[in-house]
Design a protein around this ligand. Structure first.
Ligand code: UGA
Length: 426
């Protein structure tokens, strides 16, 4: 068992620290936010992440996990230092790695000889090598170990991953990082650092492309009279394609896909390759927001101005409270620009403070739908599918639903007398 420092207690760092403690390592996790550190030491999890509260409590109780303020506090006795730091999109589309450079500068002189820096943050190709030269230490190795953690199910993704990717130039360091994951049953892909860094961008970009493809396919289904669910059943059962990530929606979003797609386009550009395919996918995703608005226009006979629109769901997907780069917000902004009044309900959003101006927040579906001219389902929360739409219909000004997540039973909604539209279903 090893002594590990994790720098950053965001959702990647917190999940990494907690899961490594769960695997038996002694983990010190550092963050610059003092309040967050205090809360975590008291067992309070600041994000909505399944299984994390239980594992955190467990680690604190076993004394294998603790939280400190600042990277320097965490690294003094560590054999491994995991970097789990934000790499936001810079003004030019490139990933901004200044948080990483800053931490390396802080810990450079005090990190123990023989320790290994493990970069889990999503960083441009070449960052591993850049860290190695910033640290200016021959006795410290740097290994790339990208994360593949979906928000909401990050603990499961950490403990039961499809694969673990290790990018290293030094085979001994690669072996040591691999051994941290003993107890996890998954293929280990050991590659050079540049390939590991590329695997991360390739994975997110491919998944985003898959979603944009299925959104376009849903439009084709509408045009030719095919049914997207039947089509994806047939398409996804080809094992070369796979059935996951084929659910049409209002577009992809979140804190990762949009910035990683831009970063890969920029990275390719900088290296002399025009990644036009990816540019088209980004453009298609923006068109998807517009397409949802056109569908709302059609359903209301072009009367969005002055209409009361109910937005059901605001988070970028279900089972998270994260609003960052949410397609629901993108669609809301476009609807607002049409002059509509917006009233929203999301089971995980309880404050208007985090929302763009002009969105009123309701406390439940009933309140949100009262006197509504059209409801637009933007996040696939299960309670929207379970709701008694027969009863809700009567409180609406007009019984119209645009289901941008294909969450409801189309035939049941039509039988209830709704004007109903969705994505590519017949
Ligand atoms: C994504 C990746 O799935 C993780 O593997 C990765 O580690 C993470 O980014 C990251 O880089 O940190 P996450 O941002 O939690 O995870 O979101 P996803 O679950 O992948 O969903 C992304 C978007 O695609 C959401 O807006 C979602 O609603 C949409 N989506 C996904 C669809 O519209 N249809 C689908 O079939 C799947």
């Amino acid at each position: 068992m090893n002594t590990v420092a994790v720098i950053g207690a965001g959702y990647v760092g917190l999940t990494t620290a907690t899961c490594l403690a769960h695997l038996g390592h002694t983990v010190t996790c550092a963050d610059i936010n003092e309040t967050r550190v205090d809360e975590l030491n008291n067992g309070q999890v600041p994000i909505h992440e399944s299984r994390l509260p239980e594992l955190l409590q467990d680690g604190l109780f076993q004394q294998t996990l603790k939280f400190v303020v600042g990277a320097r506090q965490a690294v003094t006795n560590s054999e491994f230092v995991f970097l789990c730091l934000p790499t936001p999109q810079g003004d030019d589309g490139r990933a901004d790695i200044s948080a990483i450079s800053q931490v390396i500068e802080e810990i450079r002189e005090i990190i123990p000889a023989g320790s290994i820096i493990v970069n889990k943050s999503t960083t441009p190709v070449g960052t591993n090598a850049a860290i190695q030269s910033l640290i200016q230490r021959d006795d410290v190795a740097v290994v790339s170990n990208p994360e593949f953690l979906r928000e909401g199910v990050a603990v499961t993704d950490f403990l039961q991953p499809d694969r673990i990717v290790i990018g290293a130039t030094d085979p001994e360091a690669a072996q040591k990082v691999t051994s941290l994951y003993n107890g996890i049953d998954a293929p280990i892909i050991t590659v050079d650092p540049a390939s590991a860094e590329t695997i991360k961008y390739a994975t997110n970009s491919f998944l985003a492309t898959k979603v944009s493809f299925v959104n376009a396919l849903a439009a084709v289904c509408e045009a030719v009279g095919a049914d997207i669910e039947s089509v994806t059943r047939g398409l996804g059962s080809d094992q070369r394609i796979g059935s996951r990530f084929l659910q049409p929606g209002p577009g992809w979003g979140g804190s990762c896909f949009p910035k990683d797609m831009q970063a890969l386009v920029r990275m390719a550009d900088d290296a002399g390759y025009q990644f036009d395919l990816l540019r088209a996918v980004i453009e298609a995703n923006e068109q998807q927001f517009v397409r949802i608005v056109s569908k709302a226009e059609q359903l209301t006979d072009d009367k969005l101005a002055g209409a009361t629109i109910t937005l059901l769901g605001l988070t970028f997907k279900a089972h998270t409270d994260d609003l960052r780069n949410s397609p629901a917000i993108e669609v809301a902004n476009l609807l607002s620009a049409k002059g509509a009044r917006l009233i929203a309900y999301d089971p995980m959003v309880d404050s208007e403070a985090a929302l763009p101006e002009g969105i009123e927040l309701a406390q439940n579906m009933e309140q949100a739908l009262a006197d509504s001219d059209i409801a637009v389902i933007l996040t696939e929360w299960p309670e929207f599918a379970r709701a008694n739409w027969g009863a809700l219909r009567d409180s609406m000004n007009a019984p119209r639903v645009l289901d941008a997540r294909n969450a409801l039973d189309r035939h049941a909604m039509l039988d209830l007398g709704f004007q109903y539209d969705d994505l590519g279903r017949t």
